[in-house]
Design a binder for this molecule. Sequence first.
Ligand code: ADP
Length: 172
Amino acid sequence: MPSGKEVLAVFPGSFDPITNGHLDVIRRSLSVFSELIVAVGVNPAKEPLFTGPERVAMIEELVKQWPNVRVDLFTGLTVDYVKSKNAQVILRGLRNLTDVQYEFEMALTNRAVADIETVFIMTGFRYGFTTSTLIREIGRYGGDISELIPASVYKKLQERLKEQEAQGNGDV
Ligand code: ADP
């Protein structure tokens, strides 16, 4: 969308791990924004499957095809991070109406507290039910998720799940 305006957007999320749904939103957003930062949020209260730096490395590998996409780690409030980068908007992906309910509240809150707009992009039809949580669950039980995540992520997921199983940590 040639608007004649440079727009830097931040796509915040857990990305634990990144899925083809996330990548679909990133790819689509590049027709709207001139630059994008994929911001991996580290929440000290949550025990992720992959560490922040591991998630960043996996995403970097996948987005290197797009020179105007960067990947970063952040903690704390998304709006504070967005302001620190002088970005104009937050990008979020939508899968279905359940997402809309939650995202609507977040977007209004972020506008109220920080005057930052959120732009939503609908995911590709086939990723409407892809969540990182489901990927972790289905992966754990050996289901076929190869269509839903990139091959490099699939490999890392299998390795991590095996490590956890060996440590008797399979329920985490
Ligand atoms: P969060 O914990 O912040 O929701 P996620 O990594 O789960 O982090 O998601 C980050 C963003 O990507 C959110 O806007 C979410 O709605 C979106 N998203 C997640 N999965 C998909 C998908 N399959 N298609 C499109 N957007 C998605």
